[in-house]
Design a protein around this ligand. Structure first.
Ligand SMILES: [Zn+2]
Length: 608
């Protein structure tokens, strides 16, 4: 995962007030009259009311003179509650770690706040460094080209430090290049954070482990392809492929929606919705999913999607199932992205990664011998390398990798969970970062269940197609079966400073227990045996309900600093919203966290 501060604020200033609800709770859904009135259904009035009550309840929200709130998201629940996610500026400067969600009743009165910990911003000092000095320091630290420095208030550690935030591009500090965001204290000149911007699927620590063990990642390529005739045109319910295509041909109007077939690297033949731009020209761009598109980075480290080369064919047939065709990896990428978008849309009514009805984008063949896949918020796209030829043998375009990475994009657009610490290699540490990795695995796994492709059977394993000797990268039922990243099963105070992929096991395990329960179980041919910390059994409530609870918690009750105990509270609130405080579902959420040693009783004292 990565640090989205700069971009988050850029988005925030534009104030997009989109809904992020479960299916049927979209912003457009009107309140059903009685007592609500039009005021409570207009996003602008909801935002205005939320700002007013947030300042009126300053002791709870931590707002101080000089603060200003900027809405990022407005959610209107059909059952009445309204939630507005804000980022904050102080005297015009963005506050890092100043985010909060203000909760309102149907009648727009104050119902509570979920905020990043203890972030009342106090009067800040005067800068001693110039912007130029901060840029030079950032360039030296991140070994690259510094962009312009801007003043921010860094409240992430509970202080109110005046600081410069600098984006450094072409950083030499990571294997795949890319950019970093450096925060320099404007008074002392110390480096407050130096974080990779890209979100690498394989962490530097894991790559090191692979090398030490002499292991390679060489995903098994596709199983027997199904016949094309059984799948073409199946991706949009109710649409007739031939009818749409022939109508466009008859009319001679382009661009037109077309229905092609891809021959992928990992999942055999797949249907692809494409764009026909001329009688014999098709582009790998999906008009039915807001123009979702995959392009060719041509072996360069492109971070600008517009500079990528479009994939085109003359017959709407894509790839050949092998890397001999440059298009093959693009088929897997486009398939994985569209399946991820479909999961979020059909399960939660979410319209795209940022819920703004914009397509997702990807570039394959990124860089020279890059053995990784990334979510890049500056590109606003997925980037896939071709493998380094030694440790990583193939492009990482498998489905759950894409589902995992795009979920980081969803988290960036919602809770914006942030690691608490970074090392010089780009490894990340801490509970909010671990929770981010966990949610990416939880929803990435759900993307597989949603796609339900016989050539990529769904399960609670992550990276099971990567060809690793342990047969998976991570797994949700008993995370400690992973010995590569040494993922953990249970919470302890040490998790606060654990590497984020290793730490992800705490909430991934809690989610699995909530969905499926403890003990031995065989699901879809995979055997699971999920243990509990206290030795007591957990009865699952099913994947559908567990996933609804986690998504609601992510979009309404989590912020950038949410740790595992906060996540417990967030999922309990979500379960209460959806099923009631006396429900079996609510009790199961509580049990699932106790089973990974996260309880009300062992909640750490505030760290700030
Ligand atoms: Zn990740």
């Amino acid at each position: 995962m990565r640090r989205p501060h700069i971009r988050s604020l850029a988005v925030a200033v534009a104030v997009t007030t989109t809904a992020t609800g479960l299916a049927g709770t979209a912003l457009a859904a009107p309140a059903t009259g009685t007592g609500a009135g039009t005021a409570s259904t207009s996003p602008a009035s909801v935002v205005g009311a939320a700002v007013a009550v947030a300042f009126a309840h300053a002791s709870a929200t931590g707002l101080a003179p000089g603060d200003e709130l900027h809405a990022r998201d407005v959610l209107i629940d059909p059952e009445g509650a309204r939630h507005v996610r804000f980022i904050r500026t102080h005297r015009g400067m963005p506050v890092l770690g100043g985010d909060m969600v203000v909760h309102l009743t149907r009648n727009l009165t104050y119902a509570g706040v979920t905020r990043a910990a203890d972030h009342t911003v106090k009067t800040v000092a005067t800068a001693r460094l110039t912007a130029r000095q901060a840029e030079q320091k950032a360039a030296a630290v991140a070994k690259g080209d510094a962009g312009g420095a801007r003043l921010v208030v860094d409240a992430r550690d509970g202080s109110s430090a005046l600081a410069y935030q600098v984006r450094v591009s072409d950083s030499d500090t990571t294997e795949s290049g890319g950019s970093r965001t450096v925060v320099i204290d404007a008074v002392t000149g110390s480096v407050r954070s130096n974080a990779p911007d890209q979100d690498e699927f394989l962490s530097p620590r894991l790559l090191d482990t692979l090398r030490r063990r002499g292991e390679t990642i060489s995903p098994a390529v596709g199983t027997a392809p199904r016949s094309a005739s059984s799948i073409v045109g199946s991706s949009i319910a109710g649409s007739s492929a031939s009818a749409v295509s022939s109508a466009a041909v008859t009319a001679g109007r382009y661009p037109a929606t077309a229905f092609g077939t891809g021959t992928s690297l990992f999942v055999g033949k797949v249907p692809l919705v494409t764009t026909r731009t001329a009688a014999t020209t098709y582009v790998l761009k999906d008009p039915s999913r807001w123009g979702t598109e995959t392009r060719d980075a041509k072996g360069a480290e492109l971070e600008v999607f517009g500079q990528g080369k479009q994939f085109t064919t003359t017959n709407d047939s894509w790839g050949n199932g092998a890397v001999s065709s440059r298009t093959t990896a693009a088929v897997d990428a486009q398939y994985g992205i569209t399946k991820t978008l479909d999961f979020y849309k059909k399960t939660f009514g979410r319209k795209g990664i940022e819920n703004n009805s914009k397509g997702a984008r990807a570039m394959v063949h990124f860089g020279n011998k890059v053995g990784n896949a990334f979510w890049d918020p500056y590109c606003d796209c997925m980037l896939y390398g071709d493998g380094d030829g030694s440790v990583i043998k193939k492009p990482l375009v498998v489905l759950d990798v894409t589902g995992h990475e795009l979920t980081h994009g969803v988290v960036d657009a919602t809770a914006g969970l942030e690691p608490t610490r970074y090392d010089n290699l780009g490894n990340q540490y801490g509970e909010p970062g671990s929770l981010n990795e966990s949610l990416a695995d939880v929803f990435g796994s759900n993307v597989e269940f949603s796609a339900n492709n016989a050539n990529n059977p769904p399960n609670y394993l992550i990276g099971e197609k990567l060809g690793l000797s342990q047969k998976f990268l991570r797994r949700l039922d008993k995370p400690s079966l992973d010995t590569m990243e040494r993922t953990i099963d249970y919470w302890s105070p040490a998790v606060y400073d654990t590497e984020v992929h290793a730490g992800s096991g705490v909430s991934s395990h809690a989610y699995y227990l909530l969905a499926e329960g403890s003990g031995k179980k065989t699901i879809g041919g995979v055997t699971y045996d999920s243990p509990t910390y206290d030795g007591l059994p957990v009865t699952g409530i099913g994947r559908t309900k567990a996933t609804a609870i986690y998504y609601r918690a992510l979009t309404r009750y989590m912020v950038s600093t949410t740790d595992f105990h906060d996540a417990r509270v967030a999922t309990l609130k979500a379960a209460k919203d959806l099923y009631g405080a006396d429900s079996a579902e609510y009790k199961a959420v509580d049990r699932s966290w106790a089973a990974v040693n996260v309880t009300a009783a062992n909640t750490p004292a505030a760290r700030n």
